[in-house]
Design a protein around this ligand. Structure first.
Ligand SMILES: [Zn+2]
Length: 404
């Protein structure tokens, strides 16, 4: 989740390291059939699907085909099939509110509702979707022809002033969580706020220990650099950046520097490359108003939703919000691959949370990434790791560390 609730002005040059496009690792190898058919054989997972924001929308059904221009969504079952997307982590995102006990209660109820919406959507489509909690279950679900639904928490704010509720979310199947979103909270500093804790709060340190005890993956996307450093140092298991990018491609607080990426990899972690924060976005008043309206989709009738989508599309053709291109996304992915190697990189494009670039507007476009990785010389085995192997390794490592 980025675009809709993200208010940080994105200054700075879009100094993309397009030179990284030329980065290759290993020799080019002859393609075995088309990249498309190879892509469809892979287990393709995205570590940060904000699609549950649509689950409460009147009239919205994941089984229907939608388009971004008609309805502002980027993931549904028909487009997952088109793009060969087997699933991933479906996010329980809670917007940051005040740090008061009343607000914690409301946020907790909101997060529980979102978790039950995810469960209900899976239950309504038992032949097409499977709720999973382990890598083995994910592989089995995909082998059975079902889409994989892991659950994660973005922003632990709804937990309130203790970590006790983490176990309840674990029991509901959640296997990954991040402490913080775009503003500081009771657990940690956000990378897009002014340092308050200088990393994790004392409660945030307890949160790390509880995450490890339960065997949940610690997600450091949105956390400040100091909080990232502390989570990396404290965690007994490898950690993840579920939807982040390299600062070397675009200097933005939501992106991470090469030294930290190297440290993440050295501890067995993984960065899942985002399609947001690749270039400045349009900060016009018209866009701010549209993005504010988009936060209320769940309160709109289907006709109102459609009207908003049309106005968004009209503004996009008049004065685009996103200038980043697929080339820039690939530059970000290839830079990171060159830096830390194919064992520590995956994809978390922030679909339905602000993700998407020109040339890759929704998940139907994912085979283009595989095609470009092949063209850059990555082996079939490397590409399989990038699309799910690394993510599942980190999920397994967190679960193994808990079992020990
Ligand atoms: Zn996010």
């Amino acid at each position: 989740m980025a675009r809709r609730l993200f208010r940080f002005a994105q200054h700075g040059a879009a100094a993309a390291m397009l030179v990284a496009l030329g980065a290759c690792s290993g020799p080019l190898r002859p393609s075995q059939g088309s990249a498309d058919s190879f892509h469809n054989q892979l287990l393709v997972l995205d570590s940060h699907l904000d699609t549950p924001v649509h689950f409460g929308r009147p009239g919205w059904n994941i089984a229907d085909r939608h388009s971004f221009t008609d309805d502002l969504s980027q993931v549904d079952l028909p487009r997952m099939v088109d793009g060969g997307l087997d699933g991933g982590f479906f996010v329980i995102f809670t917007p940051q509110g005040p740090l008061t006990s009343d607000a914690y209660t409301k946020a907790h109820i909101f997060a529980l509702k979102r978790a039950s919406e995810i469960r209900q959507v899976v239950q309504r489509h038992p032949g097409a979707l499977a709720l999973v909690t382990t890598p083995a279950e994910a592989r089995q679900a995909a082998a059975d022809g079902r889409r994989v639904v892991f659950q994660s928490i973005e922003n632990s704010y709804p937990l309130g002033t203790s970590t006790a509720a983490l176990e309840d979310f674990y029991d509901r199947g959640v296997r990954m969580a991040s402490p913080v979103h775009s503003r500081n909270n009771q657990f940690a500093d956000s990378t897009t706020d002014t340092p308050q804790w200088h990393g994790l709060s004392p409660l945030g340190r307890e949160w790390v220990a509880e995450m490890n005890r339960l065997g949940m993956v610690i997600d450091a996307s949105h956390a400040s650099d100091a909080a990232f450093d502390q989570m990396l140092a404290l965690s007994r298991a490898p950690i993840i950046l579920s939807h982040s990018g390299p600062k070397a491609v675009f200097d933005h607080p939501r992106n991470i520097d090469d030294a930290r990426l190297t440290a993440l990899a050295a501890k067995g972690g993984v960065i899942q490359i985002n399609s947001v924060f690749l270039a400045p976005t349009n900060q016009s008043a018209a866009w701010q108003a549209l993005l504010d309206e988009q936060r209320n989709l769940n309160a709109m009738t289907p006709a109102e939703q459609k009207a908003l989508a049309r106005r968004t599309a009209a503004e996009e053709s008049r004065d685009p919000y996103i200038t980043a291109t697929f080339e820039l996304f690939m530059a970000s992915l290839l830079h990171t691959l060159k830096l830390v190697g194919p064992d520590h990189v995956g994809i978390g494009a922030d679909w339905d949370g602000g993700g998407g670039v020109r040339g890759m507007e929704d998940v139907a476009a994912l085979p283009r990434i595989t095609e470009r990785l092949k063209a850059a010389g990555y082996s079939d085995a490397d590409i399989a790791k990038i699309w799910s192997g690394n993510l599942l390794r980190v999920v397994q490592a967190a679960q193994d560390a808990a079992a020990r």
